[in-house]
Each structure stands twice: as C-alpha cells, then as structure tokens.
Design a binder for this molecule. Structure first.
Ligand SMILES: [Zn+2]
Length: 135
C-alpha cells in the first residue's frame, strides 16, 4: 500500500493532473492570448478556453480530495496559483473591465459591495463620456 502511494507521488505532475501540462500555471498560460499592443506595457491576457454565459473564463480542475472535476473561474485560479488569497465571500474585480482577462495585475479581490460600487461608477463614467462625445 505504502509503495503504491509512493509510486503515485513520483509520477510526473502532468499525469497526476490528467492533463498534458506540467503544472496548472502552464495550463493557464497556454490557454490565454496576450494582446501585444504597441506602447501598452501590461496588456490583457485573454482566455481562449471556455467562458461562462457572462463571459468569465472557466476551467475544469480535478479536486484532489473528491477526485471529481470541478468548474472554476480561471481568473480566481491564477491568483490562487500566485499565492494571492481571496477572502471568503470576496469577488475578483477586473480592473481592465475585460471579463475574459486573466492577467493577475488586472485582477483585485474585493467585497461584493465594493465590486458593485465600482461597476456603478464605471457605468456612470461611460455614460458621461458618451454624452460628451455625442455632441
Ligand atoms: Zn486585462
């Protein structure tokens, strides 16, 4: 029994995860497309995998405890991969307003009320700009 467990631990990570990528981080990076805009230092990393109906990146990950696949938000997973804790009940705000982006520097865990406040402010700002440009 113990030898079998040890054997399982010695298997390459890719086999343990059931994917062809050496790590979850590699899998995340392989599934996004970095827009290289001229003059833009820190551009969006667009998720090329599946999206939720709201346009958020989703990824299927095997839970090591239950051994079942679970669908997670890729933008939350990439923060967790970097060791950034998302407190219970917090949502991840896309500072770039691009829901399919997983660039960690464009993401910030915030409370749901802070997130709604930001959405409201951005929408107000957009409406104001549209009115200004409309005339
Ligand atoms: Zn972005």
């Amino acid at each position: 029994m113990k030898a079998k467990e040890r054997q399982a631990k010695n298997q390459p990570t890719s086999e343990r995860n059931g994917t062809r990528y050496p790590s979850l981080w590699d899998r995340l990076i392989a599934n996004c497309w970095v827009i290289e805009d001229e003059g833009e230092e820190d551009s969006c990393w667009l998720w090329l995998g599946a999206l939720t109906p709201n346009g958020y990146p989703k990824i299927s990950i095997r839970n090591p405890k239950t051994k079942k696949s679970e669908t997670k938000h890729a933008h939350r997973i990439i923060l967790q991969e970097l060791g950034i804790k998302i407190p219970e009940g917090f949502v991840v705000d896309h500072l770039c307003e691009n829901p399919s982006c997983i660039n960690p520097s464009h993401l910030e865990p915030v409370t749901q009320s802070e997130n709604l406040l930001r959405i409201y402010r951005r929408r107000n700002e957009r409406i104001k700009n549209e009115i200004n440009w409309g005339f």
